[in-house]
Design a protein around this ligand. Structure first.
Ligand code: GLU
Length: 516
């Protein structure tokens, strides 16, 4: 059967060892996109064989993240599916038979070395100048294992419950080859692959064994995962061969690293908050009372968050940058994922959020605003609120910015930025501000265009500078130096407020409250 016609089944296989880093979310996203694009299935598998690193709440965090992002799996713990259980700790018995199979066929062996003996082997080799000593096809011949001990000794040790691990027996001089969808052909000499432990002394399989067995039993067609797993892939390919599953080796695609903003190294979990931005999708509270902030709680919407993540490694090959999830699904191709690390850019992440907010309807933003301030509808009409939203929409990085940006439209108690007054208010021009106010108030129609014309005429007739008068007028009307179109703002708040705000600031300045 050709790969094209085969059922596409991909999996996201996180270990619940802490909160999911954004790199993990990107892996989940690419798997999701690949599955959706190709009419396949997206599977969540919890890889919790390492009980020592298990962290309470991490699995729920993974599920909550996928839910918030809108990339929920078709199969997985709590999602149903015919290939379960989907949590490795619930599959212990399944792995046992494959470990036996590898032992019986001579592809694996028992190793009885104690921690001290292993340490001794490493330090001896180091003293011989070997930088990273491993248990491999050479060193195994002088260690304590079923390849070196007499059969009776091995049986006795096992019967006496002497702790042992099971190791894969890597052959010598074998070329292990596979084609990575992103990196092309990868070829490794088996002499450089160590005899990895496949079953630990507690009987649990290690990641390598469980991962391969599960990918096979769950009929995974494509393994799309982070670059950090690339060195393990030759071992996985070899395990497939040992287990007689050569025909079912999945296609591999190892995603590029996500780098720190300066490109200096991998963006790590520890970078969270330290560099001034989150690296986790949702807030995470540790048992020690520490908190790591999440994109959700910082006001990011799921779609721009995913849009940003999609671009950390992939691009559509066009200038288009703003993508909805549906658009990502239709444009995503593994062939457009690059090899080199992608720098995380927090400013760009904010930009994505801003772009997606612009695509929201006024009513969607209205609903958000009303939820934040349920008194608003008692004091202002829905039409007025919608007009304000239309005016400030392009200025929003986050939905919550509506509160700050909307302040001067919804209340007369907005704060006047005294630093702005200090910088821009020119007392000599104050009389002109009062005259401009009169001019505008006396206009026969109080609309944006006429207000602009009235203002412009006054400035020109009196040979004043726009650059000096405009900021003063803006501070008087909005309290700030920056904001949406000033003339539209004046039309929207209406004649009365326009008049009273100018009087207010002029009085305050006269009385020394807002000293210029
Ligand atoms: N459990 C591994 C992890 O935590 C999964 C690696 C893989 O996808 O094969 O990232």
């Amino acid at each position: 059967m050709s790969k094209q016609s085969q059922n596409i089944r991909v999996r996201f296989a996180p270990s619940p060892t802490g909160p999911l880093h954004i790199g993990g979310v990107r892996t989940a996203l690419y798997n999701f996109l690949y599955a959706r694009k190709n009419g396949g299935s997206f599977i969540l598998r919890i890889e919790d064989t390492d009980q020592k690193r298990f962290v309470e709440g991490a699995e729920k965090y993974i599920r909550d993240t996928l839910k918030w992002c809108g990339i929920e799996p078709d199969e997985g713990p709590g999602f149903g599916g015919a290939h379960g259980p989907y949590k490795q700790s619930d599959r212990k018995d399944i792995y046992r038979s494959y470990i036996e199979k590898l032992l019986d066929s001579g592809h694996a062996y028992y190793a009885f070395d104690t921690a001290e003996e292993l340490d001794e082997m490493r330090s001896q080799m180091k003293s011989q100048g070997i930088k990273s000593p491993t248990y491999n096809s050479i060193t195994r011949s002088y260690m304590k294992n079923s390849l070196t001990l007499p059969k009776d000794d091995v049986n006795r040790l096992i019967q006496n419950n002497f702790p042992y691990t099971v190791r894969i027996k890597m052959p010598r001089n074998l070329e292990i080859k596979f084609e990575d969808q992103i990196r092309g052909w990868v070829s490794v000499d088996s002499n450089n692959v160590d005899d990895k432990v496949i079953a630990k002394s507690d009987g649990m399989p290690t990641y390598h064994l469980a991962n391969v067995v599960d990918d096979y039993l769950m009929s995974i067609s494509h393994v799309i995962r982070g670059e950090e797993w690339l060195p393990s892939a030759p071992l996985h390919v070899y395990l497939y061969e040992c287990l007689g599953w050569k025909q079912s080796i999945p296609q591999f695609a190892h995603l590029p690293l996500i780098l720190k903003p300066d490109g200096n190294g991998k963006l790590s979990k520890r970078d969270g908050d330290k560099l001034g931005f989150p690296v986790f999708p949702l807030d995470w509270h540790t048992n020690q009372g520490e908190k790591f902030s999440g994109f959700r709680e910082r006001g990011f919407l799921p779609e721009p968050f995913l849009n940003m993540l999609a671009f950390l490694g992939w691009n559509p090959g066009t200038d288009k940058e703003v993508f909805s999830l549906t658009e990502l699904v239709s444009d995503f191709k593994l062939s457009r994922v690059g090899k080199s690390g992608a720098k995380f850019d927090f400013k760009k992440t904010i930009w994505f959020n801003q772009q997606h907010i612009r695509k929201k309807t006024d009513l969607e933003l209205f609903d958000f605003l009303i939820k934040q301030d349920d008194n608003l509808l008692n004091t202002h009409s829905k039409d007025y609120i919608l007009s304000v939203i239309r005016l400030i929409k392009d200025r929003l990085n986050f939905e919550s910015d509506m509160i700050k940006e909307g302040e001067c439209f919804f209340s007369e108690n907005f704060k006047i930025d005294s630093a702005a007054v200090q910088k821009k208010w020119n007392k000599e021009i104050t009389p002109h501000i009062l005259l401009i106010q009169k001019e505008i108030v006396n206009l026969s129609s109080f609309n944006e265009d006429d207000i602009r014309t009235g203002f412009t005429n006054y400035i020109e007739e009196n040979k004043l500078s726009f650059g000096k008068v405009m900021p003063m007028l803006r501070i008087a009307i909005t309290g700030k130096m920056a904001g949406p179109s000033l003339f539209e703002t004046i039309e929207l708040i209406g004649k009365e407020k326009f008049e009273s705000r100018i009087i207010r600031i002029v009085n305050e300045i006269e009385n020394g409250k807002n000293n210029s």
